[in-house]
Design a binder for this molecule. Structure first.
Ligand code: SF4
Ligand code: SF4
Length: 224
């Protein structure tokens, strides 16, 4: 059953797919656990779609922002298509979650947003990687280029083993590169990061002004 589920997501376009028991996210804050979204949830299917390496080779304003946003929409499409196929072929219930937005949890004084479920912590729980000191998911093959999606299911699936970390011991390139000191090695201060990273240009387009903590990482591309 586990391989059948995994193949559905890979066939839908995912680059990587891992599985985790719902309880693997029991340490998440109240309201942000799989069971808070759906009490019948038994397992999570967590998958990733990689951006091209080239997105971090140029000024992020127009290129990275545009295609990273497109990648998130594509992740939602994969989650939707794979959930439909799971229900049709496996006789289960499958709930695709929005990978980036919308979400309701917003603390305006901290500029702090939180999705229905932490995609990167779900990815760690499903063996897709570990978090780097920049708090981004680091996958051995795809580096920090994965956008992550999650589908909840009532199927009981065996979880995947944790992935070894690939963040380099002693490295602090991402911490030193942040122009506003938003990173401390385990947390990203959204109040500092958001105004520096996101804006709208004179023409009215949304742009990404900063992705330095991602671009400077020696593991950004992964190990191929
Ligand atoms: S995106 Fe820019 S401002 Fe935000 S944490 Fe990374 S380096 Fe700092
Ligand atoms: S830049 Fe260095 S410290 Fe930061 S995530 Fe990458 S390898 Fe880890």
């Amino acid at each position: 059953m586990e391989e059948q589920v995994r193949q559905i997501f890979l066939a839908a376009g995912a680059d990587v797919c891992g599985l985790a028991a719902a309880e693997a996210l029991d340490t998440a804050p109240d309201g942000f656990r799989p069971g808070d979204i759906w009490p019948q949830c038994r397992s999570l299917i967590v998958f990733g779609l990689a951006n091209p390496k080239g997105l971090t080779r140029t000024d992020p304003r127009l290129v990275y922002g545009t295609f990273n946003a497109m990648c998130a929409r594509r992740v939602d499409e994969i989650a939707f298509a794979a959930a439909r196929r799971m229900e049709a072929e496996l006789g289960c219930i499958a709930i695709p979650l929005p990978c980036d937005g919308p979400y309701d949890a917003w603390i305006p004084e901290k500029l702090e947003g939180r999705g229905m479920l932490s995609m990167k912590h779900a990815a760690v729980a499903a063996g897709l990687g570990q978090l780097g000191k920049n708090t981004l998911l680091l996958n051995r093959k795809f580096g920090n280029r994965l956008s992550v999606g999650v589908v909840l299911t009532d199927l009981t699936l065996a979880g995947d083993a944790p992935a070894p970390g690939v963040c380099i011991s002693g490295c602090r390139k991402c911490l030193d590169a942040c122009p506003v000191g938003a990173l401390d090695g385990s947390h990203a201060c959204q109040l500092s990061c958001r105004p520096n990273a996101y804006s709208t240009n004179a023409r009215g387009f949304d742009v990404v002004d900063c992705n330095r903590c991602r671009a400077v990482c020696p593991m950004a591309d992964g190990r191929g």
